[in-house]
Design a protein around this ligand. Structure first.
Ligand SMILES: Cc1cc2nc3c(=O)[nH]c(=O)nc-3n(C[C@H](O)[C@H](O)[C@H](O)COP(=O)(O)O)c2cc1C
Length: 305
């Protein structure tokens, strides 16, 4: 996956950049504890507001050791783990972004406003945000779907399973259902952008406005099926806009329906989406199911009355 590779490289950059910077800074402090290498002699008085300052902050030895441990060894360890493609490295890299922000917050309290503290706080925030993205991309990349594994599809084609799926999670659930029933399968597609970050934002825009997204010409005779099972993701607390567009395009043709709503919230069934579907199709569904799905893994299924 391309974005895992990019996120991994960015995290290698952040952990090495912060780790090497901290290592160099701490060495300078330990070699010359008066702070003269970094011209920090004049800053020692600011440290005197800290607890145990009379013991710890009369020179830069304690600060140097703390910097080496808190931002140096930690980030360099994370860098090695990320380079070696260990998942724990992603979590540590992300965590050390928070550590850096906390470190800088102490500086905000003791030093007057200054450029270096501000920029390093922003670096910590970026490291944390990139770490979150890296963890998410890694989780997404673990999801596998093999269409060829579903050999029973289309054996008893009086039922149709139709789905819209951006990440492929709903597609897997739809294929499993169609395979179980021997049903036909149909993917709802749209000429609008739905992939990548822009696709996410575009679907979000349609979702926020409650709009139906235009869909490509429906390549199935919907009217010939005894039942249509809709597998749809929840977008912005409601039925995803391409599914709304599909319902519009085949209103009056669906004889019987069943709904499977896919989302990631354990605390909600999104029952309102079933009423939305009934209204859009002009019928009442026989069966409704709410499926909680995290990175493609089904964690909860609930039949709704
Ligand atoms: C634009 C957008 C908005 C979303 N809004 C919600 C939401 O409000 N609640 C929720 O639980 N999931 C929401 N999701 C997440 C999807 O419902 C969830 O990841 C689903 O499993 C995706 O299935 P898919 O891979 O089949 O598209 C949203 C996803 C997108 C793209």
């Amino acid at each position: 996956m391309e974005r895992v590779r990019i996120a991994r490289r960015i995290m290698i950059f952040w952990t090495l950049f912060i780790g090497i910077g901290a290592l160099v800074g701490s060495m300078a402090m330990l070699i010359k504890p008066d702070g003269s290498i970094m011209q920090m002699q004049g800053m020692l008085p600011y440290f005197q507001v800290l607890p145990f300052a009379d013991v710890l902050f009369q020179n830069y030895i304690f600060s140097g050791i703390a910097l080496l441990i808190v931002n140096g060894i930690t980030n360099l360890t994370a860098a090695v783990l990320i380079i070696r493609k260990k998942t724990v490295g992603a979590y540590l890299g992300c965590l050390f972004g928070i550590t850096l922000m906390l470190w800088i917050m102490i500086q905000f309290v003791i030093f007057p406003a200054n450029f270096m503290s501000t920029i390093y706080f922003i670096f910590g925030l970026l490291q944390f945000a990139c770490g979150i993205a890296y963890i998410i991309f890694l989780k997404q990349s673990e999801f596998v779907f093999d269409e060829k594994a579903y050999k029973n599809i289309g054996r008893k084609p009086d039922v149709l399973v139709t789905y819209f799926s951006r990440m492929g999670y709903g597609r897997k659930i739809a294929y499993e259902k169609a395979n179980e029933l021997g049903a036909d399968i149909y993917e709802i597609t749209t000429p609008e952008r739905t992939k990548g970050f822009l696709g996410f934002a575009w679907l979000g825009r349609f979702g926020m406005h409650g709009w139906a997204m235009p869909v490509n010409a429906v390549g199935k005779n919907i009217g010939k099926y005894k039942k249509v099972i809709f597998v749809y993701p929840i977008h912005v607390f409601a039925v995803a806009s391409p599914v709304k567009g599909f319902c519009k395009a085949c209103k009056g043709k669906v004889k019987k329906a069943e709904y499977i709503a896919v989302h990631f919230r354990k605390d909600s069934d999104f029952s309102k989406s079933f009423a939305q579907m009934d209204e859009a199709l002009g019928i009442r569904a026989d069966k409704k199911e709410s499926v909680v799905c995290k990175f493609g893994n089904v964690v909860k299924r609930k039949q709704i009355q």
